[in-house]
Design a protein. Structure first.
Length: 452
């Protein structure tokens, strides 16, 4: 029988939160709530929060602020704050959001259904931010599968013990712990059986997968996933440069389903700042790993994360970062202005930069990278790329008029993670096609399917 009660989940932040939200949806489904995209219809509203930067946290509070108005007209509505801000704030969350019912920390998922039932039976204000050494395990629930989804995230480990001085993750996501290989394989086999063609394996530092548990290593896990029938592609994030091993480089080189792409956050190009960030490598060590990677895996596409305006960052430090970006020639970067997080040690560092200076540096960095992104995209022209079709395109991307009248336009990604648009009526979502690239735009490529 179809449920007539609905759950609306609003997700802020990283890919791991997208995965966690699916788990929350599946728990709510087992409590009799069907997932809805219409918040007005909802009987449960969950905000799955992120606290990595101030902006993300504010976004959560501004969303949650709407609860008090809705609760007035819909008193039975159950409101939940989940994830990193919930973990960080605990009881304090009620001061800013008085109409909240449940504060659900990052390690409390296994108890979520109990809390929902307690609220339904009349309890009020439940806070669960207990540490839990085990990972919440559940298999994907087919009722929460999105139609036509060809690519899915799969969390393989949680927590982080690297303690980079700017970062809240070790404080809100707890100690590093890895899922059992068998559970991961079972989950991905199920996904592949339901039509998923690509998985992105998630962890704060996938290179230390299984180390604590004495289980198989990350490259060994990749080898096992590579054998799953029906799966075409494997991606993963994030690798920490200090732990990037030769075995992993070989796995990228040798395993046919593992994409020739690596996201390797550098954070800064200055040795002085890297030390203050507690990153555990020098600029030269990072560059050496990149050279080895390019030697082992020619044509590998590279992306990174960079923080500008870390406390005490001088113009010379910032120039070192720009120089590193010039030296590596990343395909893309994710750049952030340093955001002060009170639970992270850097909040107490001296010589904090003002917001304008941070934004000026951010803009300079983004401008520099734009030229490399364009260069990397142009290098694809006249090449034939394997593209996994993710959907139909109905917009004019990048502002260019490349659409062909009377032809269906499709979109997908290359192995190097570049967006490719092409006209075709022959293919369907989930197909892998060979596309000859004819044009490159700032954020995408355009071509035609190869004739065969
Ligand atoms: N300020 C700005 N960016 C941050 N990141 C993590 N913490 C902060 C912070 N306090 C960035 C890092 C990380 C990415 C996920 O978010 O670059 O790799
Ligand atoms: Fe944060 Fe550093 Fe851990 Fe990444 S490795 S989650 S930046 S502490």
């Amino acid at each position: 029988m179809k449920s007539s009660r609905y759950a609306f989940i609003y997700t802020i932040g990283c890919q791991m939160n997208v995965y966690d939200s699916e788990k929350l949806a599946s728990i709510l489904n087992s409590c009799g709530f069907e997932k809805t995209d219409d918040m007005d219809k909802a009987d449960v509203v969950v905000c799955n929060t992120c606290s990595i930067r101030h902006k993300a946290e504010e976004k959560a509070y501004s969303f949650l602020g709407r609860f008090s108005r809705i609760k007035k007209t819909k008193p039975h509505l159950i409101t939940v704050m989940a994830g990193c801000v919930a973990q960080q704030e605990g009881e304090k969350a009620f001061e800013r959001v008085p109409h909240l019912d449940i504060v659900l920390g990052t390690q409390a998922f296994s108890r979520f259904n109990r809390h929902i039932q307690a609220i339904q039976s009349g309890s009020s204000r439940i806070v669960d931010i207990e540490d839990s050494p085990a990972i919440y395990e559940s298999l994907p629930d087919s009722s929460t599968f999105e139609e036509n989804k060809v690519s899915k995230f799969v969390t393989i480990m949680q927590g982080c013990e690297n303690f980079c001085t700017y970062c809240v993750v070790p404080y809100v996501r707890g100690k590093e712990r890895s899922r059992k290989p068998d559970h991961i394989i079972e989950e991905i086999t199920l996904l592949a059986g339901s039509g998923v063609k690509e998985v992105t394996l998630l962890g704060q530092n996938v290179n230390s997968y299984g180390k604590k548990e004495g289980e198989i290593s990350f490259p060994e896990l990749l080898k096992k996933i590579n054998q799953i029938d029906g799966l075409y592609r494997i991606r993963f994030a994030t690798s920490h440069p200090k732990d990037l091993s030769m075995d992993l480089m070989h796995a990228i080189r040798d395993l046919e389903k593992v994409c020739n792409h690596l996201h390797l956050p550098v954070q800064s190009g200055s040795d002085r700042i890297l030390k203050k960030m507690n990153r555990g490598y020098t600029r030269q060590q990072y560059l050496d790993k990149i050279s080895e990677l390019k030697r082992q895996c020619p044509d590998i596409s590279l992306s990174t994360d960079i923080i500008v305006g870390f406390p005490s960052e001088t113009i010379e430090d910032f120039n070192d970062t720009l120089d590193l970006v010039r030296a590596v020639e990343f395909d893309s970067i994710f750049a952030f202005a340093y955001s002060n997080r009170s639970s992270a040690p850097a909040a107490k560092f001296s010589a904090q930069l003002d917001e304008k200076e941070k934004l000026d540096r951010l803009n300079l960095l983004l401008q520099l990278q734009e030229a490399y992104t364009e260069k990397k995209n142009k290098e694809q022209i006249a090449k034939t790329l394997e593209v996994l079709i993710e959907g139909r395109s109905n917009k004019k991307h990048d502002g260019y008029e490349f659409f062909e009248k009377n032809m269906e336009q499709m979109t997908g990604r290359s192995e190097s993670n570049k967006i490719v648009h092409f006209p075709s009526s022959r293919f369907k979502i989930g197909d892998m096609v060979r596309i000859r690239i004819e044009n490159a735009y700032p954020h995408s490529l355009w071509g035609h399917p190869e004739l065969n």
